[in-house]
Design a protein around this ligand. Structure first.
Ligand code: AMP
Length: 204
């Protein structure tokens, strides 16, 4: 393991992208991994929901888009992410949940990091079968979680985000994680990528 990553896996240095469809459990894992790796979890979905709640200009711009299950445009997201990654707490590493979601976003991220002489450590692809995704997402009750919106978000994932699997695979950054397992087992698989033991044994 570890080939293709940049070797900077020491605590507080991991620069990680969590990739996977809506409902795969990225948010849950991001919280735990953030603690274990000592880097901030950055969820662009949470940031946008906060902007909507605050009624900021950004919130006004994205509210309808989010409610429909579509993606916010790449230029807007580039601003959001550039600003967030420029904050001091992200300087030693980060865990991105929900960004990038398109190929242009992946290029933007590579550019932001490249300008700082940095690169990603790993991209963790959380894989879960589609019927399980729909079931899980409908168990949550968020405003954008009505079934037709859930299905739209899955369609958008397949069309716009799934190409990132090949993109990061080509760059030897992709690590596949079986997300159709108990939460602790998924965490253990992820920590294994960084050579850290989970609380539960291992990954089969
Ligand atoms: P999430 O909580 O990550 O599922 O994001 C919720 C919603 O926020 C998405 O359905 C999009 O409308 C929007 N969003 C979050 N992150 C992005 C992104 N990287 N690019 C475009 N839209 C995003």
């Amino acid at each position: 393991m570890g080939d293709g990553a940049d070797g900077a896996h020491a605590r507080g240095r991991a620069r990680v992208v969590l990739l996977g469809p809506p409902g795969a459990g990225k948010g849950t894992q991001a919280q735990v991994l953030s603690q274990r790796l000592g880097v901030p979890a950055i969820s662009t979905g949470d940031m946008l929901r906060e902007a909507v709640a605050e009624g900021s200009d950004l919130g006004g711009k994205v509210q309808g888009i989010m409610a429909s299950g579509a993606l916010v445009d790449d230029a807007t997201m580039a601003e959001v992410v550039r600003e967030r990654l420029g904050k001091p707490d992200a300087s030693e590493g980060f865990l991105l949940d929900g960004y990038p979601r398109t190929l242009p976003q992946a290029e933007t991220l590579a550019g932001i990091l490249g300008d700082a002489g940095l690169s990603l450590s790993a991209v963790l692809l959380v894989e879960v079968p589609e019927d399980e995704l729909v079931r899980r997402t409908l168990l949550r009750s968020r405003a954008d979680d009505r079934e037709e919106v859930v299905r739209e978000r899955l369609r958008v994932y397949r069309e716009k985000t799934a190409p990132l699997i090949g993109y990061y695979g080509d760059r030897r950054l992709l690590r596949q994680i079986n997300g159709n397992r108990p939460v602790e087992s998924v965490t253990a698989q992820m920590l294994g990528v960084f050579g850290i033991e989970g609380t539960e044994g291992v990954v089969g």
